[in-house]
Unconditional design. Structure first.
Lengths: 307, 123
C-alpha cells in the first residue's frame, strides 16, 4: 500500500492514533467518524490490555499490520459506508422532469411520510425532553447545597447523553440524517474526576441541553403546522363532495344553513385548492424534516469531530 | 503489465471476494463460540484461522458486525470494561443460525463449482 507521502509520522500512542484517524476521516460524516473512533479505541485498548509486557508504542506499531494504519482504516470505513448506504437506503425516486411532476412527486418520496410522522411525534418527545431537562437542571441547582447535589447533577448529565443517542436514532430512522450509533468515548485513560470535569466542559453536553429545551417550542410548532394544514386540506377536498351530495341539507347551526355554504360554481375551486394545499403541506413537512435533521446533527453530534 | 498494476488488481479481487465471505465467517465464529464475544476477540479468532478470509485489515469487521446486527442475525449488549471503552458483546440469533446454514450451503456450492473449473489449471 502506498502510505500517504505527506510525512505523517507513525502514531506512538492511542490518542495519537485516534487523532490521525480523525484527520484521515476529515470531511466524512461526523456520525461515521464517531463510530470509527469508538471501534478503533475498543480494539487498541483491548490489544494493549492483552500485551501488558509491551509498551504502548510497540503495541500501536504492531496494530498497523492487523487492524490497519489510520489512513487504511479511514478508507475501509468510507468504503463500507458507501456500500451499505446504497444497499439499505430506499432508492431515490427518479428526478421528475416537469414542474408539475416535481410538485406531486413529493407524495412518492418515503422521506415525506417519515418527516410528517416526526413532526407529529415531536410534540410528545419535545414535552418529554423539556420536562426532563428543566426538572433535572432545577433539581441539580436546588440540591447543590446538599451532599447529594453533585452526584445528582452528574447522573442527570449522564442521562442527557443517553437521551441524545436515543433522539439520534429517531432522527436517523425518520428523517434519514446519519447519526452516531455508538456513544462518544472521549475519556481516554483519565480518572473518574477528570471524566466528570470533562462532562461539564464538553460543549456538546450544553448544546444537547439547548436542543432538548428547544424541542418543546419546535415540537409545538411542527405539530401545529402539520395538523392544521392537513386538516384544512382534507376539509377543502371533502367539502364540495359532501355539500354537493347534500350531506348537510337541512342541517342548521343557529339558523345558519350548512347545506348552502358553497355554491356549485365554487366546488371545483375549493376542491383544487384543497389538493394543492395537501401537496404543499407534504413539501413543507419534508422541508421541516430536512431542516430539523441538520439542526439535530449540529447540536447533538457536530462537535464530536473535535472532541 | 507492471507489478504495481497486478498488485492493485489482486487487492481489488481480494476485497470483492471478502465482501461476502466476511459475513459468513463472522456468523460461523459466533455460532461456534460458547458465549458472547466482543469485536477484538472475534478479530483475534479470525486471525488465528488465517488472514485468508479477511484479506486485509481487521477494522473491516466492525462495520460488518453492525450490519449483521441491523439485519437481525446478531444481537448485542454493552458491558463496561477496565481496559477501555465499554465493550459490545455480540451473540448469534436464531435467524442468524438459519442464515448461516443457508449461506454455508451456498458457499460450498460456489467453492465446488469454482474448484471444478480451476481443476488441472493450477500446478
Amino acid at each position: 500500500m502506498n502510505a500517504p507521502s505527506n510525512g505523517v509520522s507513525l502514531p506512538r500512542s492511542i490518542p495519537d492514533y485516534l487523532d490521525q484517524l480523525r484527520a484521515a476521516l476529515s470531511g466524512a460524516d461526523p456520525a461515521l467518524v464517531q463510530d470509527a473512533l469508538y471501534d478503533a479505541e475498543e480494539y487498541l485498548r483491548s490489544e494493549l490490555a492483552e500485551h501488558p509486557e509491551q509498551s504502548e508504542a510497540e503495541v500501536i506499531a504492531s496494530v498497523a499490520s492487523s487492524y490497519g494504519a489510520p489512513y487504511e482504516v479511514a478508507e475501509i470505513y468510507r468504503d463500507t459506508e458507501a456500500r451499505v448506504q446504497t444497499a439499505l437506503r430506499a432508492p431515490k425516486p427518479a428526478p421528475r422532469e416537469t414542474a408539475l411532476g416535481r410538485f406531486f412527486g413529493v407524495a412518492a418520496d418515503p422521506r415525506t411520510y417519515g418527516a410528517l410522522f416526526y413532526s407529529v411525534l415531536a410534540l410528545a418527545t419535545g414535552i418529554f425532553y423539556f420536562t426532563w431537562v428543566v426538572t433535572g437542571l432545577s433539581l441539580s441547582v436546588g440540591l447543590a447545597v446538599l451532599i447529594i447535589g453533585i452526584p445528582f447533577a452528574i447522573l442527570f448529565l449522564g442521562s442527557v447523553r443517553v437521551l441524545s443517542l436515543v433522539e439520534g436514532r429517531i432522527v436517523e430512522a425518520m428523517l434519514g440524517e446519519r447519526m452516531p450509533r455508538r456513544p462518544l468515548y472521549s475519556a481516554r485513560g483519565k480518572n473518574w474526576l477528570e471524566r466528570i470535569t470533562n462532562m461539564f466542559i464538553d460543549p456538546r453536553t450544553w448544546s444537547t441541553l439547548l436542543y432538548m429545551v428547544a424541542m418543546l417550542p419546535l415540537g409545538i410548532l411542527y405539530f401545529t403546522i402539520v395538523v392544521t394544514l392537513l386538516t384544512t386540506a382534507v376539509a377543502c377536498i371533502a367539502a364540495p363532495l359532501l355539500v354537493g351530495f347534500g350531506a348537510w341539507d337541512n342541517w342548521y347551526i343557529n339558523a345558519w344553513d350548512m347545506g348552502s355554504t358553497l355554491y356549485p360554481w365554487q366546488y371545483p375551486i375549493v376542491f383544487v385548492g384543497g389538493v394543492v394545499l395537501l401537496f404543499a403541506t407534504l413539501h413543507l413537512a419534508r422541508g421541516i424534516g430536512r431542516m430539523h435533521g441538520l439542526l439535530a446533527k449540529h447540536l447533538l453530534v457536530k462537535s464530536a469531530q473535535y472532541a | 503489465m507492471d507489478r504495481d498494476t497486478l498488485d492493485l488488481a489482486l487487492r481489488k479481487f481480494q476485497r470483492e471476494l471478502s465482501a461476502g465471505t466476511v459475513s459468513l465467517a463472522l456468523l460461523a465464529v459466533l455460532a461456534a463460540a460458547p458465549g458472547p464475544m466482543y469485536g477484538y476477540q472475534i478479530a483475534k479468532t479470525l486471525e488465528r484461522s488465517g488472514e485468508g478470509v479477511l484479506s486485509g485489515k481487521q477494522s473491516a469487521l466492525y462495520p460488518v458486525l453492525r450490519n449483521l446486527e441491523a439485519a437481525g442475525f446478531l444481537q448485542s449488549h454493552v458491558e463496561p470494561s477496565v481496559a477501555g471503552p465499554p465493550r459490545r458483546y455480540y451473540q448469534i440469533t436464531e435467524p442468524g443460525r438459519t442464515a448461516l446454514n443457508e449461506w454455508a450451503a451456498a458457499w460450498r456450492a460456489t467453492r465446488t463449482s469454482v474448484d471444478s473449473v480451476l481443476e488441472g489449471l493450477l500446478p
